[in-house]
Write a protein that binds this ligand. Structure first.
Ligand code: ZN
Ligand code: ZN
Length: 249
């Protein structure tokens, strides 16, 4: 199956087909005998050694050479997902993407902050693809430049599904699971679809029998012993989370 993958050029931000070789020719850096920008830092009016100047459009300024910076300057590098993870709270990233990241790292204050300023609790995260023979993943776009949403039932594609996904991380402490539940509560309060997340929970972990037998009525704040959760404590958290998604608090 060959399907055209579109990306945003990390140099000029245009939407281009990944295969059209645009990346190699983007940014004419040497126009009419004048060097516009340093190849690596992208800055104008830098100083160059004579040997660098012979490299024309690939010339690097004295500062970049002395700091051993060799990569090609990318003004829009956040469009690449491997960079995006490093710059997740960068102002260039949408608040929806920042919300996705804040949920992933269990950052409740940041989640609250982003929801308050209008981040979308039902944001469907962007699709990515791995180019053949490359160890990177690139963010995927439609031909018109709009984000291509991820469309895969087994992936945690929304913030609330990401809560469900993260909940099974066996390294989580009771305190961290409580934080995830609080994050899920906030997302639902701001309009996240609990039904979708409940289906996702059931699809991943099965349907807990909370109406018969095992239901735990009183969820008390457990004296938390970090990294030493008993099964009982853990099960309480699982039930509490599931009931939240079922709206059976
Ligand atoms: Zn370009
Ligand atoms: Zn430079």
């Amino acid at each position: 199956m060959s399907q055209i993958q579109y990306i945003k050029c990390p140099y000029c931000s245009k939407t281009v087909s990944y295969n059209e070789n645009h990346l190699n020719i983007c940014i004419p850096n040497y126009v009419d005998g004048i060097l516009l920008n340093c190849y690596s830092c992208g800055k104008q009016n830098k100083k160059y050694s004579n040997s660098q100047l012979t490299k024309e459009d690939k010339a690097r300024c004295i500062d970049c050479v002395s700091n051993d910076i060799k990569t090609k300057f990318m003004p829009y590098r956040h469009l690449y997902i491997n960079e995006y993870h490093r710059e997740h709270y960068d102002v260039n990233n949408t608040i929806d993407k920042q919300l996705e990241f804040a949920v992933g790292e269990l950052n409740l204050p940041k989640v609250n902050e982003l929801l308050e300023i209008g981040a979308n609790p039902n944001y469907n995260r962007q699709d990515t693809f791995q180019p053949i023979n490359k160890f990177i993943r690139l963010l995927s776009y439609n031909a018109d430049g709009s984000e291509k949403p991820e469309n895969d039932d087994i992936q945690p594609s929304t913030p609330l599904k990401l809560c469900v996904f993260r909940f099974s991380d066996c390294d989580l402490t009771c305190s961290q699971r409580s934080t995830l539940i609080k994050i899920a509560e906030q997302l639902i309060k701001y309009g996240a679809s609990a039904i979708e997340a409940k289906e996702y929970y059931e699809c991943r972990y099965g349907t807990p029998d909370i109406d018969n037998g095992e239901e735990i009525e009183e969820i008390e704040e457990i004296a938390e012993v970090e990294n030493n959760n008993s099964d009982v404590e853990r099960n309480k958290k699982w039930n509490e989370f599931y009931k939240l998604l079922c709206n059976k608090k």
